[in-house]
Design a protein around this ligand. Structure first.
Ligand SMILES: Cc1ncc(COP(=O)(O)O)c(C=O)c1O
Length: 390
């Protein structure tokens, strides 16, 4: 099939880059002009595709990227991204020279880390650093003014190290009760004021805070989930003052259609039994694709109608009860729109008893991602190869 060009299976995800672009534009309009957008593209851009999302976000007005690990930053550099990239997580101190080599900005989160990293510094190139302040997330970060001062001094003593930023991360910015957020914000303001000089970038807000709390903007915000068109939490959904558009959808095709007679069984354990004559279709997606067994009973869309997944989900396949005879090759939408029906990422998250963040992240790499622009699948892979010789 032409639109599937690069793979040989009937299951794929589509990522609508126009949605990403519109979401970044909407966030940008919502922010004062002097506030920069750091696009969070860790974990393969929450499962959407690192370089495709990075390029789209930068073109739409983001000026910085953030990832979790240095490997993710190097992968982006190797794919031709030259925008600044901040590694949010802990990097091994001995890898500081790699950060210099690839112009990657690192997070300093503890004075011991900095002492160790300085010992390993052998390069002539400089490394930009952002200090992470732990104001209540309890993950990584500096927890006292004293330690902050030590870190500031240690950076100042080494001309190859450049203090470029300071930041914190909120634990409850998406919750209706704002008291813990307020406490974290006040502590961050105190810590920033205690720095002998204000670094170029000061940032604290994730998507939820960037949408809700102008007092926490400083001069940059880190946007992840809203860029992908997903709500930071159901609680604050109503507070989003602009439309955000879901970019990720998931599709498969019927590869086998059959009529069962009353009493026939389906899948492992033979737990599903047809109550009458039923049309059952098989789709080639299973738990090894991230379509977890817990999704048994979840509906999918076929010919614009909802059809339930019946029987246990297998590693690579699952079965659905069709509303009527539907031919092999028909598209089945597991996440996304068909006619007037829509299965949102939130619906899948609810069925999995988890948060929407997890859903595109767990759709495995073996599910190819296709990219859409102007409503059409674009051959971005080829464009990227031509542009960057990755
Ligand atoms: C440190 C940090 N900043 C920003 C983000 C982006 O958060 P969100 O996706 O809620 O916008 C994350 C995501 O988990 C993060 O860990």
């Amino acid at each position: 099939m032409e639109e599937q060009g690069y793979f040989y299976r009937d299951t794929w995800a589509e990522v609508d880059l126009d949605c990403i672009s519109e979401n970044v534009t909407s966030v940008k309009k919502h922010l004062p002009q002097q506030v920069s957008i750091i696009a969070v593209v860790k974990a393969n851009a929450y499962g959407h595709g690192d370089v495709q999302i990075a390029e789209t976000a930068l073109a739409a007005g983001a000026s910085f990227l953030a990832v979790a690990f240095m490997d993710e930053a190097i992968a982006l550099r190797n794919k031709g991204i030259d925008a600044p990239i901040l590694v949010l997580g802990a990097t091994r101190p001995e890898d500081i020279n790699m950060a210099a080599k690839f112009s990657i900005t690192l997070t300093v989160f503890q004075k011991e880390w900095l002492e160790e990293a300085k010992k390993h510094l052998t390069t002539n190139q400089s490394v930009a650093l952002h200090i992470k302040v732990d104001t209540g997330m309890g993950r990584i970060g500096v927890r006292s003014v004293e330690e902050l001062h030590t870190i500031h001094r240690l950076i100042g003593e080494e001309k190859r190290l450049m203090l470029e930023g300071a930041y914190t991360h909120f634990a409850t910015a998406d919750e209706l009760d704002q008291s813990y957020f307020q406490q974290q914000l006040e502590l961050f303001e105190t810590m920033i004021a205690a720095l002998p000089e204000r670094p170029k970038y000061v940032h604290s807000s994730n998507s939820a805070a960037a949408i809700r709390f102008p007092k926490a903007y400083f001069n940059a915000v880190r946007i992840g989930i809203a860029m992908y068109g997903l709500t930071p939490s159901l609680e604050m959904e109503k507070e989003i003052p602009f439309p955000i558009k879901e970019a990720f959808s998931l599709h498969s095709r019927l590869v086998h259609v059959k009529k069962l007679t009353k009493g026939d069984k389906v899948s492992y354990g033979a737990t599903y039994e047809s109550e009458e004559e039923e049309w059952i279709g098989t789709i080639p997606i299973g738990y090894a694709d991230g379509w977890l067994r817990k999704l048994q009973g979840q509906e999918v869309l076929v010919a614009g109608e909802r059809s339930p997944i019946v029987g246990r989900i297998c590693m690579d396949q699952c079965m659905i009860r069709l509303p009527k005879y539907v031919p092999v090759g028909t598209t089945v939408t597991l996440i996304g729109k068909q006619e007037d029906q829509f299965i949102s990422v939130n619906e899948i998250a609810q069925k999995l008893e988890t948060i929407n963040y997890e859903v595109p992240c767990i759709i495995a790499n073996r599910v190819p991602r296709l990219y859409k622009k102007g409503g059409k699948i674009v051959d971005l892979k080829n464009d990227l190869l031509n542009n960057y010789q990755a």
